[in-house]
Design a protein around this ligand. Structure first.
Ligand code: RIB
Length: 322
């Protein structure tokens, strides 16, 4: 270590005379300690990288907030990267974060990406997978029980007497959406109701696809009396479509969403939804990552968090035809 560093960090005795000369020089040169030099010496940047697929979606914003709050408390800076759901952009950011020698990264994948699995496996970087499980990658993970959440939503609608229950899914290649649809199918099967594939429409987790999906469903004859929508942004689009054709929610149509983003409490009517522990997922991921940074030999850990049905005003008991 240099004398300047010993003076700044008080890591070794320096005579008063020499200390005074160094401090005078620092003041005269307006010296700023170099983070890069410090990082190279310590082989630590105290920086965590985070890659999320869509920073405009409040779900990821709340997860990112948990990661950032926990990281700050533990003395780590965070570099947030938005892959836009694009696999190439995801790879660019992975390469950038590795080049910047982040101490570890929290990764929400944009979808199945063998090149990313290859890079993460060979680079041996400390990492935590959040929300979208990546099979074949020996990394810690923080996930939600999406199958149970899809079952909860559908079971709730069945208990209200609905039998013609539709589903607007997220991107089918993403595990959270596929698992929610499995939960939907399981609940119908358990109730002895055959699954009508015409009632399952593909969305993309954005509001527009929820709007379009609902317009299509409402043109069916007979239309569904209830819809499970696989995330809140699409459910908000679906609500808009129902209002637009003069349908009253929940008197004429029940809607359940998924995520419980803050907006779900302010729609008209307020959205009944399946809550994910978003902020807690972020906190847990950051804490697990710092533990991994400090001890790379820990066995891989998989945390599966529960969902919760949040009943608000967008569902009602099935109204029998007069
Ligand atoms: O709303 C975005 C969706 O993508 C969430 O349901 C989350 O689980 C992520 O997979």
């Amino acid at each position: 270590m240099t004398t300047v560093s010993h003076v700044l960090n008080e890591t070794r005795f320096v005579s008063e005379e020499l200390r005074g000369r160094v401090l005078d020089a620092i003041e005269e040169l307006n010296y700023q300690p170099s983070g890069v030099a410090r990082s190279l010496r310590r082989k630590r940047t105290h920086t965590i990288g985070m890659i999320i697929p869509d920073n405009t979606n409040p779900f990821f914003a709340e997860v990112a907030r948990g990661i950032e709050d926990a990281s700050f408390e533990m003395g780590y800076n965070v570099i947030l990267c938005n892959s836009d759901g694009n696999l190439e952009k995801e790879m660019d950011y992975l390469g950038l974060l590795i080049e910047k020698r982040v101490d570890g990264l929290v990764f929400v994948s944009a979808g199945s990406n063998p090149a990313a699995i290859e890079m993460l496996s060979t680079q041996k970087i400390a990492g935590v997978i959040v929300d979208r499980e990546i099979l074949g990658l020996a990394m810690d993970s923080v996930l939600t029980d999406n199958k149970r959440g899809g079952y909860q939503a559908t079971r709730y609608l069945l208990d209200l007497g609905h039998r013609r229950i539709a589903c607007i899914t997220g991107p089918s290649q993403l595990t959270p959406s596929a698992e929610r649809v499995t939960g939907y199918r399981n609940a119908l099967q358990e109730a002895g109701i055959p699954v009508d594939e015409n009632l399952i429409l593909a969305g993309d987790f954005q509001s527009q696809s929820g709007y379009q999906g609902m317009r299509t469903l409402l043109r069916l004859s007979p239309p569904p009396t209830a819809v499970f929508v696989c995330n809140d942004l699409m459910a908000i689009g679906a609500l808009c479509a129902a209002h637009e054709v003069g349908l009253h929610v929940p008197q004429q149509l029940s809607i359940v969403g998924f995520d419980d983003i803050a907006l779900a409490s302010f729609t008209t009517p307020r959205l009944t939804t399946i809550a994910q522990p978003k902020y807690e997922m972020g906190l847990m991921a950051a804490e697990m990552l710092v533990e991994r940074i400090k001890n790379k030999d820990l066995p891989p850990r998989r945390r599966l968090l529960d969902t919760e049905l949040i009943i608000r005003d967008s569902c009602a008991i099935l109204q029998r035809e007069e």
